[in-house]
Design a protein. Sequence first.
Length: 100
Amino acid sequence: MTKDPKATLQQAQRLEESLIEYPCEFPIKAMGVNEPDFAQKIVDLVKQFDPDFDASTVVMKPSSGGKYLGLTLFVNATSREQLDNIYRALTSHELVKYVL
């Protein structure tokens, strides 16, 4: 018996949607190249989707070699669609290597 991958994905998405109650504070981690304006560029990007985003809450952690910078951003999540849009924007940004 084989499972339909599309049906399995839809079931997983429904389960995930039911686990998050909106609105909520939602942490997003973005790792990227440690350039002088990396953090500000990412903050500006997130503010497009969460205008009330508080940049002072961003937690920054450089890699041991200093080449990369990890950011934890606490967004005010209002919907699954908003989170999806933030993740899409972050993953397509040229300086971002990973998003969790």
